[in-house]
Ligand binder design. Structure first.
Ligand SMILES: *Cc1c(COP(=O)(O)O)cnc(C)c1O
Length: 370
């Protein structure tokens, strides 16, 4: 119940244990087509270029940046947590002309700041932002940010690693361009395989590059030669066949449940968690419910409590993992994930019961009144 990996669904685990087949086996080629269709469903897109990247979410992030950005391109990146910082790092390493807009951790990306940045940087080509910031628990308005980017003629790179299937996401309706995710968050699948979808507009920019993509492994043009229905399915790298078995099963589970129902389940069950936490006098980092992630609750550590000791006891005595704070929030918050298969009432009840017990018999580290 941390910020990912979530618990892998038993059916995905079973799928993972199937005997391997060749990555060009006709049966596997059929599965690739099914996976692409299911990915289009969860992303709510018709994008032709939709496939899972062989690697974790960060590899899909890097795929977007290395293909979309050329040295000297002006890129605006919104930073309101760890992952906007990672985007900035990637764009900088690609020698982009990077402009950052910053929001306080726990706040969503401010659309007005984006608008102002694009007004003063009219030559911007790409805007990058994170839809659901896993380091702070805040959800940004991806639709609004993309609308502003488009108005200024920019393409968007959007991180949906934590939002995909946990919060409403409409890639086509919102006009998002290069959108990536991960499998080990709300998809409850195996880590190391990362959904990606690229709009036709973004494909056009990639096709017009003056310089080849700087990494061979992440070159979408080459990878498309393996994943595209219309290609001769040429070998690029050995696909992680068993991970794709597991991903396919996880995607089928989402399709079975229905996307809207999955969003609703995350919302409802997280509400039970919040109610229980407030009964324990615990406060949330993100106060405004409209921008608070259901799949990841960031809870303030009460004054005088050794947060690491609480996590260690949960893990050692009760087999429950919750996450610590990252960066400036280290030591100040816990991050409780309710992602995908982990998002179940029985988990919430168990955690609340155990937290109550652990918090009540913890030694106070400071001599505050509480
Ligand atoms: C987890 C996460 C990532 C990185 O995914 P990895 O699979 O760990 O590389 C990127 N962005 C967000 C918002 C995340 O939550």
């Amino acid at each position: 119940m941390g910020p990912g990996p979530s618990e892998i669904h038993p059916r995905a685990l079973q799928a993972l244990a199937q005997p391997a087949i060749g990555h060009l086996d006709p049966a596997f080629v059929d599965l690739m087509d099914e996976v692409k269709d299911l990915l289009r469903y969860v992303f709510q897109t018709e994008n032709r270029l939709t496939f899972p990247v062989s690697g974790p979410g960060s590899a899909a992030m890097e795929t977007c940046f290395t293909n979309m950005v050329e040295a000297g391109d002006k890129v605006v990146i919104a930073r309101n947590g760890v992952f906007g910082g990672r985007m900035t790092e990637m764009a900088t390493r690609l020698s982009a002309d990077v402009v950052t807009i910053d929001d306080e951790w726990g706040q969503p990306v401010d659309p007005q700041k984006l608008e102002a940045a694009l007004e003063s940087n009219p030559d911007t080509k790409i805007v990058g932002f994170v839809h659901a910031e896993t380091s702070t628990g805040a959800l940004s308005d991806a639709s609004k940010l993309a609308e502003i980017a488009q108005r200024f003629g920019c393409l968007t790179i959007v991180d949906t690693v934590t939002s995909l299937t946990g919060s409403p996401l409409y890639v086509d309706d919102w006009g998002l361009d290069a959108v990536y995710s991960g499998a080990q968050k709300c998809l409850s699948s195996v880590a190391g395989i990362a959904p990606l979808t690229i709009s036709d507009r973004a494909v056009e920019k990639i096709n017009q590059r003056q310089t080849p993509v700087s990494t061979w492994f992440h070159d979408i043009g080459l990878i498309d030669g393996y994943w595209s229905e219309s290609s001769s399915r040429s070998y690029h790298h050995t696909a992680p066949v068993n991970s794709i078995f597991a991903l396919a099963e996880s995607l089928r589970l989402v399709k079975q449940e229905g996307l809207e129902r999955s969003w609703e389940r995350h919302r409802k069950i997280s509400q039970t968690l919040l109610t229980g936490l407030s009964q324990l006098n615990l406060e949330m980092m993100v106060e405004d419910a409209s921008i608070r992630l259901p799949q990841l609750s960031v809870v303030k550590v009460p004054e005088g409590i050794d947060e690491a000791m609480v996590r260690a006891r949960l893990l050692q005595e009760y087999d429950i993992e919750i996450g610590p704070g990252l960066g400036p929030l280290a030591g100040q918050v816990w991050r409780i994930g309710l992602m995908g298969y982990s998002c179940r009432s029985e988990n919430v009840e168990r955690l609340l019961g155990v937290l109550k017990e652990v918090l009540s018999d913890l030694p106070e580290v400071s001599s505050s009144s509480g």
